[in-house]
Ligand binder design. Structure first.
Ligand code: ATP
Length: 606
């Protein structure tokens, strides 16, 4: 099980305050803008208080006294107050949303940077859909953390201003009104907790759906070939149903919080009306005073409700933050270890010294005590049954994985000492899946290179026998190849990846020959392209073609994670039964071989 899934299933959550602080720390670079927004917020809060205060003179001095001049002044003051409130609110909302979007951008960049530098094993352990969902969806929740906190502060100010007004107007009634505030605190906390939990569940479920979709759409050929559209549809409906179930629960709690607050508010208003009515009857206060007091009280109720909804937003933000920061902060998720020494050509020698490697969680090693040396200019072919460890062997050279024991040396120095960038720049890999990006043909050939001239791209394409077919495409070198190169044939894709390797011009070439059959014409062209690629280079080829083993300077025979024999084709045919069998099965379908027996010890026949 992946580390992230394990975390998702844990019930204990990170504490709210440190998590919230971590969210808010992302807003630090925007201090100035946030300060302006807070100033605008104070204007809004003051204007709210002013609105309540002006009701009493409007009634008592204006309407009751029938004083038109006073009325004019009051109207002007009201327009002024509302304008200040409107402008303040706009400035505040714009700046807050702007800062939130910038934080979103920053968080996405950080997440991407963290993930892209993680070692291969991380991507094997985690699911692509889950990682995508964290970058796309979870970070969105965090952006609302500051606006929500600011809203809480703003409503806190507004509440304080209004409480000031009601106490100033009538402290006796005010006490009755404020008595209900602690009761209002209960739903805020209760619903907040519930929503945080559900928010996290919701994000996990969304990630599950991303994983599902990513898998089904990228495996659509298999789905169609097996006609499992309906079954996959049912699976999707089940996942989607679960998501909606959680979302409905979220709606229940978030919508329930509002009526609960209403009831609490009604209790408070009822108590005040009762006490206030009695005071008006006693003649201790005017109707205008009571109305003004009730207006202030009504206005006080709104910020309490907003405080509640801001808290719900904060809890949702924290639910997203947990999933984002567990990647950003995780000690377990560490980027590839880089070396310090730049590797500079020429390439002289590659050596495996007692290398043993096991994949994470696998008890048996995929490579067992491997010793091997290749010198500049050599052409080495690797053969072996499926699962022998051929791909693992070549994947250790560019440090896609790291061996647990032994050393791999290039020019006499451990490859871990070289910087990854220079090590990998000097190794060209052509794998059988011929992966292309959804870019133009030109950009695919020039992938990873900067400042490449068109002439160089064309020359590489010519050497890979790709130039002519590229020119026949609708937009030539500018034609976009589709996701994973779907708009091209298998042979064309292979020739583009060969052109890419030719352009890279690395001294060490690692080649995994395609096993999938091309028609004989494409096969011949791809073979010629590979010949051009291998010229003047040291090459290690996982061989699937007869011509490759025949032309190799040395053939390594692998079995069960070990090199069981090495030599040239003719030598091995006579001495290694496993090689004879592989030769019969893979390279020479006409002849029949004996059952393989054990091979002589490696190195004995080089
Ligand atoms: N990512 C991985 N995680 C765990 N085990 C793996 C992984 N990749 C390969 N293995 C295991 O390691 C062993 C060697 O696999 P490897 O892919 O190197 O063999 P191979 O000789 O290249 O096979 P093939 O010719 O079928 O591609 C196999 O037992 C395989 O199941």
């Amino acid at each position: 099980m992946s580390d992230l899934v394990k975390y998702d299933r844990k019930s204990d959550h990170i504490k709210s305050i440190p998590l919230l602080k971590r969210c808010l720390s992302y807003f630090k670079p925007y201090k100035g803008k946030i300060a302006i927004a807070v100033a605008a917020m104070l204007v809004v809060a003051a204007a709210e208080g002013g609105t309540a205060y002006i009701v009493q003179p409007a009634f008592d001095d204006g309407l009751n006294a029938k004083d038109m001049q006073a009325m004019m002044l009051i109207v002007l003051a009201m327009v002024g107050i509302f304008t200040a409130k409107a402008v303040g609110r706009y400035v505040q909302n714009f700046l807050m949303r702007y800062c939130a979007l910038k934080v979103l951008e920053q968080l996405r960049n950080e997440m991407y940077d963290k993930m892209i530098f993680l070692p291969m094993k991380f991507f094997e352990r985690e699911k692509v859909g889950d990682l995508m969902s964290r970058i796309i969806q979870d970070v969105v929740l965090i952006r609302s953390s500051l606006p929500a906190v600011v809203m809480m502060i703003r409503e806190g100010f507004t509440m304080a201003a209004l409480i000031g007004v009601v106490f100033y107007q009538d402290w006796y009634l005010a006490i009755w009104a404020v008595l209900v505030l602690p009761i209002a605190g209960f739903p805020i906390i209760f619903f907040g907790k519930k929503l945080r939990k559900l928010g996290r569940k919701n994000q996990v479920k969304l990630a599950d759906i991303s994983i599902f979709l990513q898998e089904v759409f990228s495996g659509i050929r298999v789905v169609k070939a097996f006609h499992t559209e309906k079954r996959e549809g049912e699976n999707f409906r089940r996942e989607n149903g679960r998501l909606v179930k959680i979302a409905v629960k979220e709606v229940i709690y978030s919508e329930l919080s509002s009526p609960v607050m209403d009831i609490v508010g009604a209790i408070g208003a009822g108590m005040v009306l009762l006490a206030g009515g009695m005071r008006v009857a006693e003649g201790a206060m005017t109707v205008g005073e009571l109305l003004s007091f009730l207006t202030a009280l009504g206005l006080l109720y709104a910020p309490v409700k907003k405080l509640n909804s801001a808290n719900l937003d904060v809890q949702r933000a924290l639910a997203g933050a947990e999933r984002v920061f567990e990647i950003l902060d995780s000690q377990k998720i560490v980027v590839e270890k880089d070396g310090t020494i730049p590797f500079t050509p020429p390439f002289n020698q590659l050596e495996f010294r007692d290398v043993t490697f096991a994949y994470e969680g696998c008890p048996t090693p995929a490579l067992n005590n491997v010793n091997f040396t290749v010198r500049a200019g050599e052409r080495v072919a690797i053969v072996g049954p499926s699962g022998a460890g051929k791909s693992t062997f070549v994947n250790l050279i560019p440090r896609f994985y790291e061996q647990q024991q032994g050393q791999i040396l290039v020019n006499g120095r451990d490859i871990r000492e070289y910087t990854l960038a220079t090590l990998r720049r000097n190794i060209a890999m052509v794998s059988q899946d011929a992966f292309l990006f959804n870019l133009s043909v030109r950009d695919n050939i020039a992938y990873g290179q900067t400042d490449v001239q068109d002439d160089a791209v064309h020359a590489a394409a010519r050497a890979a026998f790709a130039h002519d077919f590229i020119l026949s495409l609708p937009e030539g070198y500018e034609s976009v190849v589709g996701e994973r190169g779907t708009k091209l044939s298998g042979g064309q894709k292979q020739r583009l990846t060969i052109a890419r390797a030719i352009l890279k011009n690395a001294p060490l070439l690692i080649l995994d020959e395609a096993t999938s059959a091309l028609d004989s014409e494409s096969e011949r062209i791809v073979q010629q392209a590979l010949e051009n690629l291998m010229q003047q280079r040291t090459s290690i080829v996982i061989a699937h073609r007869l011509s490759t083993v025949l032309s190799a300077d040395r053939i390594l025979v692998m079995d069960g994670g070990s090199i069981v024999s090495q030599g040239r084709h003719e030598q091995l045919l006579g001495t290694c039964p496993l090689y004879s069998k592989l030769y019969d099965m893979q390279f020479n379908t006409d002849s029949k071989g004996d059952e393989p027996k054990t091979c002589p010890a490696p190195g004995g026949m080089v």
